[in-house]
Design a protein around this ligand. Structure first.
Ligand code: C5P
Length: 226
């Protein structure tokens, strides 16, 4: 059973809002664990792809979410956390736009969300947890001590994603990314189960025009205020 006394800081928001980078830096600064819940949905999308499961077959995808073995490994040399899915290193694969779109599609299936509920809550371990996602503060950790809802305009988010992908040598046009982000926002906000919305008690940070350091400082101030 996850310990209710372990502090949790949730960071929810749309894709490309910088949640990933900010959550990692905040977790490092506090010395807390990190839950990248998007990586879990992406991992299920990857597992479904490997098994040739039709993403519109809710029951088959749910079975896949229940049986998927998803592990996170932190290499000792400080490199990016490796994501292992059913024994395969899927770290790079799950970051592609294809896997992101698959994750967003399967995330609308109630059985998938239910299958991943306990897997996510199990990350709550001392000394604390930073949980990054869409429904961390609303569904998975409604009793979190600190809640942030991080956003930025769709244009700014598309630009950030474009820069990231370019640095990784992946070629995608800015216009295509903007369309993809807008489509994903609409799917995430309109779905029936756990739609993307701020928790009533979340602090809103609109990060358009803010640097990563400024956002990290704002989140840390919140956590350190106690
Ligand atoms: O955050 P990331 O872009 O990696 O998430 C991929 C997809 O997984 C999102 O578009 C969203 O549909 C889904 N997701 C979710 N709930 C979460 C985290 C991610 O529905 N807590």
């Amino acid at each position: 059973m996850p310990d209710k006394n372990v502090p949790v800081l949730t960071i929810d928001g749309p894709s490309g809002s910088g949640k990933g980078t900010i959550s990692r830096r905040v977790a490092d600064a506090l010395g807390w664990h990190l839950l990248d819940s998007g990586a879990i949905y992406r991992a299920v999308g990857f597992a479904a792809g490997m098994e040739g499961v039709d993403l519109s077959d809710a029951e088959a995808v749910t079975r896949c979410a229940i049986s998927a073995r998803i592990g996170f490994r932190d290499p000792k040399d400080g490199r990016e956390t490796r994501v292992i899915v059913n024994g395969l290193d899927a770290t790079d694969e799950i970051r592609t736009e294809t896997c992101g779109a698959a994750a967003s599609a399967i995330a609308a299936i109630p059985g998938v969300r239910a299958a991943l509920f306990d897997k996510q809550r199990a990350f709550r371990k001392a000394p604390g947890l930073v949980a990054d996602g869409r429904d961390m503060g609303t569904v998975i950790f409604p009793d979190a001590h600190y809640k942030v809802f991080l956003t930025a305009s769709a244009e700014e988010r598309a630009k950030r994603r474009h820069k990231q992908l370019k640095e990784k040598g992946l070629g995608v046009t800015l216009a295509a990314l903007l369309r993809e982000i807008q489509a994903r926002d609409a799917r995430d906000a309109d779905r029936v189960v756990a739609p993307l919305r701020p928790a009533a008690d979340a602090v809103l940070i609109e990060s358009t025009g803010m640097s990563i350091q400024q956002v990290v400082a704002a989140v840390l101030k919140l956590a350190q205020r106690g």
